[in-house]
Each structure stands twice: as structure tokens, then as C-alpha cells.
Design a protein around this ligand. Structure first.
Ligand SMILES: Nc1nc2c(c(=O)[nH]1)N[C@H]1C(S)=C(S)[C@@H](COP(=O)(O)O)O[C@H]1N2
Ligand SMILES: [Mo]
Length: 263
């Protein structure tokens, strides 16, 4: 389903390796960096210079790309402004119908029953009790009309409502100096985010979509909505979350998507 899925590089031939390196690099970059990169040219020497190591095989190219992607994570984290808000839109600009996307088709949407549902919260938090949806609905709610951007080449404007995620983290006594918040979903999806983004005012533990309870296809019982990050960083059907200092990775991230994934 993904354009960016890792595939084995063809055997050696510097030109072929470079072409693949260029494509992989491009796809792993933040949009702003990509615009600049498209205007530049890449040589094996250039890639070596960029990475500070000599490249003689396809495995080296992969290793270097991974290092560049980690570098890209750090650069994006550094550039991330915790106070800068993503654009918001009017209700007239909402996209109807809003697109569905997952690593499977719409006929396989996970339907999680509300009865018996409890959100598990673990790791570096003081309060580990398991949350019902009603408990979350009782917290102060926030709404946003923002743009969701998917790396597969589409974007759409939607309206989401729920609990500001920073409020939730403070409420459970999370260690706000920890590095990551990880998410496990009811399908096999998982992802993780940096603490600065977790605390961003537009990062939302989402319970509602377009004025209704979040429908199954958009992530019932809850998703994490972040207009500052690309679509694949926004987990649907969350069943568990944890605060940690150990890098948790993610479903697409482990296959080569850039981890920070800023938009
Ligand atoms: N649990 C889960 N969350 C997920 C995904 C998924 O496959 N499973 N796909 C991600 C991707 S790539 C996108 S673009 C958005 C799509 O969300 P939507 O169906 O609300 O448009 O969900 C993200 N969150
Ligand atoms: Mo996506």
C-alpha cells in the first residue's frame, strides 16, 4: 500500500544504488527539506560527505540513510516550535466525505466495542488506572478544524473533538521530561511521538469526529490527532499508551518512514 515501503536495493552498480538512495532519502525527508533536496544533486561522494563514512555496498547506503533519518528527527525536533499553531479552517472548508486510510482496506475496519473498553496507561506515570470513555468524556473538551496530510499524496480538512492531550498527561501525572509517548492500537498498528509534540496545544486525545462520536473507520474508541504531524503519526483505535525514555518506533517508522514525521 505504501509508496515508501522498503524494498531491497538491486545489487551494486553505483548509479542504481544512488538512484535508490536519492528516492529513499527524498521520501524520508520533511517537506521543507525535500523541496530543497529536489533542487540539489546527489553523488556517492556527496552521500559519503553528508554521512562522514565511506559507502561501498547497498547495506552501507541503507545504514547511511537510517543515520540521516535519525539526524532528520533531531533537526525537526529542534525546529519544532511548541507554541506555533497549525492552520485552522472554517466549517465550510471541511472535506466531505473525509478519506479513510489504514494499512488494510475499509472492509476490514476494526470495530472495538465500548462495553468493556478501558484505556491502559503505563510507563512513567503516577496514575495507572484504566480509563473508561465516560471518564474521558467528563474531562474538559476541545474542538479543532485542521488539515490531515497523508504521505501517500492526499490531504483533507476535518473537525475533531476531545481532550487536550497535555491535560491528560498532566492528569495522569506523566513524567513530562520523558522523551516519548508510545501508542498501541486495536489493529497491529503502533507509533510513538516526542514529548514536545505530545504537549502541543493542538495535540488531542480525540473522541469525536464532525460533531459525532468517532466512527469506527476514523478510529473508535479514540485516536490521537496532531495537526503538526503527518497522517501516519496519528494512531487510531488506541487501546494502550505508555510514557518512556526508550525509543518505541512505529509500524511505518520501522519500515523506513521518518520517525519525527512533522508536517
Ligand atoms: N490504528 C491505525 N491507525 C492509523 C493507521 C492504521 O493503519 N491503523 N493509518 C495511519 C495513516 S497512514 C493515516 S493517513 C491515517 C488515516 O486516518 P483517517 O482514516 O481518519 O483518514 O490514520 C493513521 N493511523
Ligand atoms: Mo497516511
Amino acid at each position: 500500500m505504501s509508496l515508501f515501503k522498503r524494498r531491497p536495493l538491486p545489487l551494486v552498480d553505483a548509479d542504481a544504488a544512488l538512484l535508490d538512495a536519492r528516492k529513499l532519502l527524498e521520501k524520508r525527508m520533511a517537506p521543507a527539506a525535500r523541496r530543497h533536496f529536489l533542487r540539489s544533486s546527489l553523488t556517492l561522494g556527496g552521500l559519503s560527505l553528508l554521512s562522514g563514512c565511506s559507502i561501498s555496498s547497498n547495506e552501507d547506503v541503507e545504514a547511511v540513510l537510517n543515520r540521516i533519518s535519525r539526524f532528520n528527527d533531531r533537526a525537526q525536533a529542534w525546529l519544532f516550535d511548541p507554541n506555533r499553531l497549525a492552520p485552522t479552517y472554517s466549517s465550510a472548508e471541511i472535506t466531505h466525505p473525509f478519506p479513510f486510510n489504514a494499512y488494510y482496506g475499509e472492509d476490514e475496519v476494526r470495530v472495538v466495542p465500548e462495553a468493556g473498553y478501558r484505556l491502559e496507561v503505563s510507563g512513567l506515570v503516577a496514575d495507572r488506572h484504566r480509563w473508561t470513555l465516560d471518564e474521558l468524556r467528563a474531562m474538559p473538551q476541545q474542538e479543532q478544524i485542521t488539515r490531515h496530510i497523508c504521505v501517500e499524496g492526499w490531504s483533507a480538512i476535518g473537525r475533531w473533538g476531545g481532550v487536550p492531550f497535555g491535560d491528560f498527561l498532566r492528569r495522569v501525572g506523566a513524567d513530562l521530561s520523558a522523551k516519548y509517548v508510545g501508542f498501541q492500537c486495536a489493529d497491529d498498528y503502533f507509533t510513538s511521538i516526542d514529548m514536545a509534540t505530545a504537549l502541543h496545544p493542538q495535540t488531542q486525545l480525540t473522541l469525536r469526529f464532525d460533531g459525532e462520536p468517532l466512527p469506527p473507520k476514523y478510529g473508535f474508541p479514540m485516536k490521537l490527532r496532531m495537526p503538526t504531524k503527518l497522517g501516519y503519526k496519528n494512531p487510531k483505535h488506541i487501546v494502550a499508551m505508555f510514557v518512556t525514555n526508550t525509543y518505541p518506533g512505529g509500524y511505518w517508522e520501522d519500515q523506513g518512514y521518518n520517525w519525527f514525521g512533522g508536517s
